[in-house]
Design a protein around this ligand. Structure first.
Ligand SMILES: CC(C)(COP(=O)(O)OP(=O)(O)OC[C@H]1O[C@@H](n2cnc3c(N)ncnc32)[C@H](O)[C@@H]1OP(=O)(O)O)[C@@H](O)C(=O)NCCC(=O)NCCS
Length: 244
């Protein structure tokens, strides 16, 4: 259990640029706490202590703002960043190394009649290994988001997303599909680092302008010193002529 906790903490540190130490993650990451609460609730659920499972899950939600149904199947190293408002439904399945940001719903679509047959049906999505889901995204129904796929912030996904693909918008559409192997490297926020940050871009522009100015000043200084040297030569020649 301790090993799994360390594994979870380390995986959070790898994925969150803001995480500074293991202890900080242990104390202040609601996503980590929610998954621990869920492991307990899920144990009760699997052992048919349904009410205890729901009650434990309710405490986890109360303390973290993250609601995970005790029946949901959660893989290893799930990282729920920020967390508040995340809802994971009863028949949802989440693979290993999945990352969810705040406000994500893994929700059901079929009308839940109060019958055992309906209750046991798969109604919620499956997220395969390595999926990244942006903040506020809603993934609805018994669909599959393939391995290492990405779902954009605020997207509403109601159809399968193939492995390695990125889906955005409402309703979600695919904007890119990469070899899932190439997508395996985790990128914080699902966004590659080659996207220019506006502040960085402004700094780069200023740096380029400063370099251009420095070069111009050097050129002008060179011209000035040439002129000075020429004036000195002319004055020297003049003096010699007068002496002669
Ligand atoms: C979907 C996502 C993974 C795509 O990243 P990407 O592959 O780098 O894609 P790009 O930024 O190059 O965007 C490609 C296009 O999709 C659009 N786009 C990107 N994300 C979008 C989104 N969430 N909703 C709608 N359109 C989006 C871009 O504007 C761009 O459109 P254009 O081609 O017309 O200019 C990323 O934008 C995203 O939403 N990540 C989640 C971030 C998040 O939740 N952060 C919260 C952290 S606290």
């Amino acid at each position: 259990m301790f090993k799994r906790l360390i594994e979870d903490i380390d995986s959070i540190r790898q994925r969150d640029p803001a995480a500074r130490s293991r202890f900080e993650v242990f104390l202040t990451y609601p996503g980590l706490h929610a998954v621990r609460w869920h492991r307990m609730a899920n144990w009760f659920w699997r052992n048919r202590f349904y009410l205890l499972g729901r009650w434990t899950s309710h405490w986890g939600r109360w303390l973290t703002g993250i609601e995970i149904h005790p029946g949901a199947k959660i893989g290893r190293r799930l990282f729920i960043d920020h967390g508040m408002g995340v809802v994971i439904g009863e028949t949802a399945e989440v693979g290993d190394d999945v990352t969810l940001y705040h406000g994500v719903t893994l929700g059901g679509t079929s009308p839940a009649e109060n019958s055992d047959a309906q209750r046991n049906q798969k109604r919620h999505p499956t997220l395969q290994n390595g999926v990244i889901v942006g903040s506020g995204a809603q993934i609805l129904g018994p669909i599959t988001v393939g391995a290492d796929a990405r779902v954009g912030a605020n997207a509403v996904v109601t159809k399968d997303v193939p492995p390695g693909c990125t889906a955005i918008g409402i309703p979600a559409r695919l904007i890119a599909c990469k070899d899932p192997e190439a997508q395996k490297t985790f990128v914080a926020y699902g966004t590659p680092g080659d996207i220019a940050d506006p502040t960085q871009r402004a700094l780069d522009t200023m740096r380029a302008q400063l370099n251009a100015l420095a070069t111009r000043v050097e050129e002008l200084e060179g011209e000035l010193s040439k002129r000075d040297a020429a004036a000195r030569d002319a004055a020297e020649r003049e003096r010699r002529t007068q002496d002669a």
